[in-house]
Design a protein around this ligand. Structure first.
Ligand code: PGA
Length: 234
């Protein structure tokens, strides 16, 4: 059983979400299916469908004067079960650091959500030979104490680029994350791979040890692209 999560980023419409949720109801799979649409499309409709819903960001604060932000309790109230935190685009365009990501993940857990915590290296960090250091410190610094989380390893240079690391590189990253989580006493935490996952590489990627599923961006927007990823593995 794998976890297949779709990150719609700032794309989609309520009608497209309804179509996707209905299409996923008919998929022959035991895999966990998650769709993370923009905030305004989160709705209690998740409860009536097989796929779960998630948000793409959450405030670290409970309530108050934080214009534009959305609290974890508000997200949970929509029926959503998950929230992506620390996505590369949040780090890049909103300056989110590992400390911010940890606070957001803690807020999510406190509201009963499962945070999908993203870690991964930039191209500059990769070129500087820092990939493993960035991954390990990301896991250690972003995962709060207590509560279930999901980790997503997303090499930031490969997101939306049609590029993926080699099989050996993905294997090494996931092995390091698994060992790090073990030393933190949470060795059963699922680890997803994300960045340029498509129908034609999903099965291969999910056959790598410690790859418990995928976080999919562009190929999660249409059922015709997303469903083959889900059905590519049992
Ligand atoms: P991509 O995005 O699949 O379009 O590369 C992945 C992500 O940003 O989570």
């Amino acid at each position: 059983m794998k976890i297949i999560a779709g990150n719609w980023k700032m794309n989609g419409t309520p009608a497209a979400l309804r179509d996707m949720m209905a299409a996923l109801d008919n998929v022959d799979t035991e895999n966990v299916m998650i769709i993370c649409p923009p905030f305004p499309m989160l709705c209690t409709c998740g409860a009536t469908h097989r796929a779960a819903l998630g948000a793409q960001d959450v405030s670290a604060h409970d309530h108050g004067a934080y214009t534009g932000d959305v609290s974890a309790a508000m997200i949970a109230d929509t029926g959503a079960k998950y929230v992506i935190v620390g996505h590369s685009e949040r780090r890049q365009y909103h300056g989110e650091t590992n400390d911010v990501v940890r606070a957001k993940a803690a807020a999510a857990i406190a509201a009963g959500l499962t945070p999908i915590i993203c870690v991964g290296e930039t191209m500059a960090e990769r070129d500087a030979g820092q990939t493993m250091t960035i991954i390990e410190s990301g896991v250690r610094e972003c995962v709060p104490d207590g509560g279930a989380v999901i980790i997503a390893y997303e090499p930031r240079w490969a997101i939306g680029a049609g590029l993926t690391p080699t099989r050996d590189e993905i294997a090494a990253a996931h092995d390091l994350i698994a060992r790090t989580l073990d030393t933190m006493g949470i060795g059963t935490t699922p680890i997803l791979y994300g960045a340029s996952v498509k129908g034609n590489n999903a099965a291969e990627i999910m056959s790598i040890p410690h790859v418990d599923g995928v976080l999919v961006g562009g190929a999660s927007l249409k059922p015709d692209d997303f469903i083959p990823i889900i059905t590519s593995v049992k």
